[in-house]
Write a protein that binds this ligand. Structure first.
Ligand SMILES: Cc1cc2nc3c(=O)[nH]c(=O)nc-3n(C[C@H](O)[C@H](O)[C@H](O)COP(=O)(O)O)c2cc1C
Length: 415
């Protein structure tokens, strides 16, 4: 056989993929690939708004890095031919122990914004949380998603507005609310400070240059209706976000820093369904949440965007679960980038996990199909990790499946 024929017999040409989104996604093996793609496609100010954290970004960095310190103690020879990832979240069966966290201003990552994320979540049967600062309204999201939906509330000084939002969420089938409690005032996101970044982005010289470098984003931004806080836009008592303001000026003027446990009681009096307190960061407050009688807590530091130097979320799961596990559902919200991270959170005592940036990077990288891609990636990751560690179902993911390493592997190498 000639050399050419020998080569031909082992080399197979890959089929040429014409669809550019499919081509891009085929190369996105993990969340960091999606992040890199989003960084290329989005204007720098928009990417930094999504990617950044508060002050020195220690909370953000540690939220992610702390997962490295957890090592599996995999069990083998356990017949993992069938792995079942079915979870119970807020008392409801879900295909995966995963909830999509609320993120404000999602339309800056993609013109469809919250609608794209809600549809992708619904296709998988996973709860999608719509933010009060959402750029699609309560009703518009409900119209495109018959999947489970949660609504996230910030408490405006005007409680009438909050009550109105809750009534609208109840009327359109949202099953739970998240009260975000880590945002008494807005954290200082210094990437935004440096850029003088406003929401919606203001057009200045730097924006124009950024726009030329990112033509697709700019076209989408100009072609679509203006970005506003869609759910509050119809109400005159709060600015709807249609004029460019710095986020910190807006939130600090509208939001109630006097928020306290009494307001949780008020919320219980005006909302019939389950309540999740999002932003619990200590065992002490987790105990108070149990006393208050809410259904769940989301351990969260807002993805490192509020208090810098806050406890890393995965390190908080075990002490909180030891104290209140079994009395309240515990969601781990912060730093989840892989299916194995979700399994680690469950092993330490969480009921489920939540993701913010993972789906935002995916949305910025490839729109709605990007979100489908990242949800598939996380679901596969949970299933594979369970198979490789000998867990057939979530109840097999117990504390003895993992152990804490003393130092991150990357630090101990080369010492
Ligand atoms: C761009 C962006 C906007 C966010 N907006 C909100 C919001 O409006 N309300 C809220 O409760 N949390 C908000 N968060 C926090 C997320 O709900 C979630 O707590 C956080 O992203 C989890 O960390 P992760 O990004 O590492 O997954 C936002 C996060 C990001 C990255």
């Amino acid at each position: 056989m000639g050399m050419i024929e020998t080569v031909r017999s082992v080399v197979r040409l890959k089929p040429i993929v014409l669809d550019p989104v499919e081509r891009r996604l085929a190369k996105a093996a993990d969340v960091s690939d999606l992040r890199r793609m989003a960084k290329r496609r989005l204007p720098a100010g928009v990417f930094d708004y999504i990617d950044g954290g508060a002050e020195d970004e220690r909370s953000l960095e540690r939220n992610v890095a702390a997962f490295e310190r957890i090592e599996f103690k995999p069990r083998v020879l356990r017949d993992v031919s069938k792995v079942d990832t079915t979870a119970t979240i807020l008392g409801q069966p879900r295909p995966l122990p995963l909830v999509l966290s609320p993120t404000g201003f999602t339309r800056i990552a993609d013109p469809q914004g919250e609608l794209a994320v809600a549809r992708a979540a619904a296709r998988r049967g996973l709860p999608y949380s719509l933010s009060t600062m959402g750029t699609r309204s309560i009703e518009d999201v409900a119209a495109v998603s018959d999947g489970p939906k949660w609504f996230q509330v910030y408490t405006w000084k005007d409680r009438g507005l909050v009550k109105d939002l809750l009534d609208r969420a109840a009327a359109t089938g949202y099953e739970a609310i998240l009260l975000t409690i880590d945002t008494a005032v807005l954290g200082r996101r210094e990437r935004d400070v440096r850029r003088g970044y406003t929401l919606p982005p203001k057009v200045g010289l730097d924006t124009i240059i950024d726009g030329i470098v990112h033509p697709q984003w700019t076209l989408d931004f100009l072609r679509n209706e203006p970005i506003t806080f869609a759910s509050v836009a119809t109400n005159n008592s709060a600015s709807d976000g249609s004029s460019a303001v710095s986020l910190s000026a807006y939130m600090n003027s509208q939001f109630d820093a006097a928020l306290s446990w009494r307001d949780v009681e008020w919320l219980q009096s005006v909302w019939d369904g389950p309540i999740v307190l999002k932003g619990v960061q200590t065992v002490a407050d987790a105990k108070l949440a149990v006393e208050a009688g809410v259904e769940a807590i989301a351990l969260s530091n807002h993805g490192g965007r509020q208090l810098d130097g806050a406890p890393s979320i995965i390190e908080l799961v075990e002490p909180v679960a030891q104290e209140v596990g079994g009395q309240i559902e515990i969601l781990c919200d912060g730093g989840i980038r892989r299916g194995s991270d979700i399994v680690k959170a469950l092993a330490l005592g969480a009921t489920g996990a939540m993701i913010g940036r993972a789906y935002l990077y995916a949305l910025g990288a490839a729109g709605e199909r990007g979100v489908d891609h990242v949800l598939d990636f996380l679901a596969d990751g949970v299933e594979r990790t369970m198979a490789l560690s000998g867990a057939q179902q979530l109840s097999d993911i117990t504390r003895d499946l993992v152990t804490w390493r003393a130092t991150p592997a990357s630090e101990s190498v080369g010492d």
